[in-house]
Design a protein around this ligand. Structure first.
Ligand SMILES: [Zn+2]
Length: 99
């Protein structure tokens, strides 16, 4: 098999496996598309998130709809491991302190 044919074959296999994945989890793909669409205009930086992370954490702690009230923070925490770690640490502190 020539290199060209190998590449074509590989691309074909990559293409078909992509399609299979899309069919296996349409909900996830749909969610991903929505997330991208919702955050195209404004996106929080780590600094923005850090500034209001304590407020966001309190919403989560009190069981308020944090995704509805602060979707940009919610989104950032989903994609940013650093801020997620910070959020989880804050949440643990809130949970450790008696109300
Ligand atoms: Zn971040």
């Amino acid at each position: 098999m020539s290199l060209n044919e190998k590449i074509k074959d590989l691309l074909k296999r990559l293409g078909s496996s992509k399609e299979e994945n899309a069919m296996q989890m349409p909900a996830d793909v749909q969610k991903l598309i929505e997330m991208v669409e919702n955050t195209q205009e404004v996106e929080f930086s780590c600094e923005d998130v850090y500034n209001i992370l304590d407020q966001y954490t309190e919403l989560v702690y009190h069981g308020d709809d944090s995704a509805e009230l602060m979707p940009l923070v919610e989104h950032h925490i989903e994609i940013c491991p650093d801020c997620r770690e910070e959020f989880e640490a804050l949440l643990r502190i809130l949970e450790a302190v008696p109300a």
